[in-house]
Design a protein around this ligand. Sequence first.
Ligand SMILES: [Zn+2]
Length: 301
Amino acid sequence: MGIYHDPRWNEILGTRAVTASAPPPRVENVRALGYRSVAEMQKDWDKTVAAMNWNAAHQSARKLITEYYEDCRQLRIAINRKMFKADSIQEDAVDRTFNALSFMKTAIETAKDMEELGQAHESYLKTAACKLDHLCDPLLAEYEAYLDELKRKELIEASQQKLTAFRLGGNAQLRKVALGTSARYDSNGQPICHMVCVAVDMKTGATESGRAGHGLTRTALENRFGFSLPTTAANSFTVSNPYNCAELDALYQLMGKNVGVDIKQVYFASMMPGGSFTIPPCANCQRWIKDNGAKAARFNC
Ligand SMILES: [Zn+2]
């Protein structure tokens, strides 16, 4: 639909009722308001109403033409840049419509009263665009769909970039923790801490680290997590305490220091103290990480 036939013109060019925000002055106050007669007051009031109507009409008309003008301008740029195809007839129609809209825009913007605004409206009828602008409609629809698609792709890309940045941030943090953590040994000289871990909240990028040998009980862990941990050990080396892992400590810290952490959006990365490469979580941790929809480096992502 071209601008000439836009139904909003009816309101713009039609006679308006006095707006409620400015009720007419009361006749009995004619002297108090400084008028010599009711007729004089009425004349002044009519002038005020006309000015109010004109300002509102002019503003609406400028808004309307800007809408059409901008759409057509963007469409023309998209065609010129070959963002999508238009045949020569369509291209010509867009050019002519754009020229007519440019002319009309100036006429509307420089209009001084309702009469000139009406003339600006009518002037469009005399242009070739009036008979061609319907050819622009399908192109505009196509262009809008193209923009929507572009926006969708950009949003996906931005969210992927965000996730990558969070993951890299977690890995960098992990490397720092691993370098600053030395292995612990028991009285027999056996290492106690085999792992450090960083848990990342992929919703916010918040990170917290943990280490094996944290000493937290199963009850304490489950109370904070809001889900149950497997009751039996999956690794022979953790039978005595299957709840000793760095991943559990990291999640405990993450949930303790951040509100609303959703386990489904947590990413774990683990490393040996002093190490430089991420390693997968142990078989114990793989179970609860997988069961609760979380992800871990070198395990499921
Ligand atoms: Zn583990």
